[in-house]
Design a protein around this ligand. Structure first.
Ligand code: AMP
Length: 285
């Protein structure tokens, strides 16, 4: 496994590999890897000649008051995990190379970014869209792997690939969870022991909503109200949003009523103490 720190070397390397007709599976991450990230690496390993993992805590997706400085980092550990999963290259650039002085170009996916995390974190999705476009141009993957954990992000990426006519396939992989149901996340590291116990509330809450729908409830307001009441039973969480949308494009259901035969996304975000957690489920009835 090679560690590549410059854009120039990464580009030269992938140009050569592509010229040899090799497929390149790419997993963009911010590091501090867990089983969720590794499931993407395994999927990439299974289906490509070459696997590239990027590790880059992207400053463009953090607002000034957010956790850029404290975001957990451990490159040595990440390096070992990537090697163990058969990664060929880690792309590990620094801010100077990604956003040199006078950097001024950003990508925005204008409709999808108006919903969910886009409301409380307007900078986040613009930063993600921008860094992923840059990384796609540098790594030139045939396939790029994303987790459903960040569902809105996966829709943003699919949309920009389509709109900008990029030549790669986006593969979205299932959410990997802890034993109690909590979605794995690098930010779970921030949780105190008590907060960690309560963090499962997001999982339990969407389960409640899903169950209501499966048992025949169609009124979205009623379902959201019950979900809200449920999560309020916990001591720590403060809800950012609980939404039920058409999974395809995050549009609203007509007349606030679930429609059978359509993919449904239940998405929620909450602050558990100082830690912002998200979770979702996508299903059909
Ligand atoms: P991050 O390092 O948090 O930016 O995440 C990098 C990639 O890993 C994104 O595509 C995430 O959606 C994905 N990911 C993060 N957590 C999970 C998880 N629990 N299960 C599956 N994929 C995940």
């Amino acid at each position: 496994m090679k560690i590549v720190k410059t854009i120039k070397v990464m580009k030269e390397t992938v140009d050569e590999l592509r010229a040899q007709g090799k497929s390149i599976g790419f997993v963009p991450t911010m590091g501090y890897l867990h089983e969720g990230h590794l499931s993407l690496v395994r999927e990439a390993r299974k289906n490509n000649d070459i696997v590239v993992v990027s590790i880059y805590v992207n400053p463009a997706q953090f607002a000034p008051h957010e956790d850029l400085e404290t975001y957990p980092r451990n490159f040595e550990r990440d390096e070992n995990l990537c090697a163990r999963e058969g990664t060929d290259y880690i792309f590990y650039p620094d801010d100077q190379k990604m956003y040199p002085e006078r950097y001024q170009t950003y990508i925005r996916v204008t409709e999808i970014e108006k919903k969910l995390c886009g409301i409380s974190r307007p900078i986040f999705l613009k930063g993600v869209a921008t860094v992923c476009t840059k990384l796609f141009n540098i790594v030139k993957p045939t396939h790029a792997y994303f987790g459903q954990k960040d569902y809105q992000q996966s829709l943003i990426i699919k949309q920009l690939v389509k709109d900008l006519n990029l030549d790669l396939n986006i593969v979205v992989c299932p959410i990997v969870r802890e034993k109690d149901g909590l979605a794995m996340s690098s930010r779970n590291e921030y949780l105190s022991e008590n907060e960690r116990k309560e963090a499962v509330c997001l999982y339990k809450t969407w389960n409640l909503g899903k169950k209501m729908i499966e048992e025949g409830e169609r009124n979205i307001e009623k379902i959201k109200k019950k979900m809200k009441e449920h999560i309020e039973n916990y001591a720590f969480p403060k809800i950012d949003y609980i939404e039920i949308y058409n999974a395809e494009d995050l549009s609203e259901f007509e007349n606030n009523a679930i429609k059978e035969g359509r993919e449904i996304a239940i998405a929620l975000a909450a602050m558990v103490g100082k830690t912002r957690l998200i979770d979702n489920v996508v299903f059909k009835i």
